[in-house]
Design a protein around this ligand. Sequence first.
Ligand code: SF4
Length: 258
Amino acid sequence: MAAPPLKLKPRIIYGPVNSRRLGSSLGLNILPFRYKACPFNCLYCQYGFTGARGYTLSLEEKELPTESDVTRALEEALIEYPLVSYLTFSGNGEPTLHPQFSRMVDAVKHVRDRVNPEIKVAILSNSALVGIEAVREGLRKLDIRYMKLDVGDEELFRRFNRPHPEIDYETILNGLKSLGDITIQSLFAGGPNGNAGEKAVEAWISRIAEIKPRECHIYSLDRPAADRTLTPLYRDDLEKIKYQAEKLSGVTVKVFER
Ligand code: SF4
C-alpha cells in the first residue's frame, strides 16, 4: 500500500532519515514551518499542491530561520547524531529560496568541520533558481548537489512541474550546465499527465547529454501524488529508461526505489 502524503517539517533539523541514496542523513529545513515554499507546483508533489503564499520566487527573512537558529539547532542535533553520513538541505520546499542561502551553507559547514569533518553537506534542490549566480555560488560550496530535472522541454515543464510564471526551462538548463559536478534526480510517472511517454523520455535524454552530470538518479512515485491521475512506473520501466539514457547520453543512470 502507498505511504500517506508527507507532513511539513515543524522544525529546522529532522531525521536522521535513512535512504538508499544518502544513507543516514539529517535534514536541514531553512524554510517556513507552516507552509510549503516552492516556485514549482509539481503534479506529483508529496506535500500536495503549492499554496498561493508559498508559490514564490522570494521569501521574507522574518518568516525564516536565521543563521544562528540553524547553527544552534545543528549543534544540538550533532551531539545526539555525530556520525550521520550527510547533512542535507531539503525540507518544506526549495532551500535556495532562503535569501541567505549561501551564508547558511557556510554556517552549516562551519559546524560540520568542528564536529565531524567526514560528514558531507548535500542539497536536494528543484533547480528553480539555478539561473541566479548568487544561488550557484551557494550551491558550489556544497559537497554534493542533487538537482531536479524531470523533463526535456519547456512545454512539458509547464504542465508537469508547473513553475512560477517567471521561471523558464532554458534558464534552468543553462544554470545546470554552468554549475558542473551535479547529480540529476528525475521522477518519472505514467498516466495522461505523466512524463514517461516515448517523446518525453527522448527529450529528457537529449538534455542529460547536454548537461553531462556526474550521474542521474531516477525513480517513480511511492506516495499519493497531488494529481491522482499520475501512476507509478514499474522497476522494469525505469530500467528501460536507464538503458536508453546510458546508451544515448553516456551518463551513468541509477534506478532507485524511494
Ligand atoms: S519541487 Fe519538490 S516541493 Fe516543489 S512542488 Fe515539486 S515536488 Fe513539491
